[in-house]
Design a protein. Sequence first.
Length: 353
Amino acid sequence: MKLQWLAAAAAGTLCVTALAACSSTKSAGSGGAAAPVVGVDYPRSDTDFWNSFIQYTPQFAGKLGLSLKTTNSQNDVAKLAANAQTFMAEGVQGVVMAPQDTAAIAPTLSQLAAKKIPVVSVDTRPDTGEVYMVVRADNRAYGQKACEFLGTKLSGKGAVVMLEGDLASINGRDRTEAFNSCMKQNFPGITVYGEATNWDGATAAQKLQTDLTAHPDVKGVYMESSFALSGTLQLLQQKGLLVAPTDPKHVFVVSNDGIPQELKDIASGKIDATVSQPADLYAEYALYYIKAAIAGKSFKPGPTDHNSTIIQVRAGLLEDQLSAPLVTADGGTYGGIPSLKNTDSSLWGNHLS
């Protein structure tokens, strides 16, 4: 994909000019100016999704002519705060982070703002505090898409288990609230058993086991992230429920992320759908916007040239909501929501092993 800067234009729309016109910065060693130095904190490296993001980040940094300093906060906001202090001491010109606790990150954002170091938040949106741009998908749409798929497959009857993410995260809250709201409004005949998991696979498996034992009418599972994939499939297999979608005992499973394993599991009938969270675009546009911030560029709400829309979340806070399609085996439409087939070449998960 050819990157382009989106220059702010009148009436809330964006005009597009060539990337090359926006910065004359060259990568280090090229004979020109030193590459802008950017600190990137990886939130964790224990999931396939985030490992994919980690793989993509240096690739796009190279294309954009950025020099990286990286840390890993391991899903710990205290470590993220310490890593930000390290970045400031090392003189980075911008920071990309994905705070998993979206409330507790506010003091760190204030410290970075005081030093005039711009921040791009990827995947999550801080509850308060200043960031230059949020790069994520519409996480409420994740919950809506999962609800419409499961509600349609279950013909509006029975029960489903929702393996929630961390409700201290805006992502966990958005997905959970949207799924519950959709079920209540569109499929009132379906009972939802919501289980807090803190994005932990072992916790998710333990709670799912309890629900499957206590509620034999459970015919659907919504995993708010692929962190729960392995444990869920192992448990279904142990209970004799990991059967083909045509089998009456089949439990319909919807995940979030779009990792390669999910796409393979859709093909084999082990799970039924996922929402493809764009790990490649998260890396690409997080770096794209931090370079724009360093260069002093500005943006306004409106459509972009990469199939997304910038929205204003609150005063002074913009969010580029990237595309995150529902993915199924048949590429059908569920509750008015179209899906892509799991073999679609546009899915980033089909380009990684």
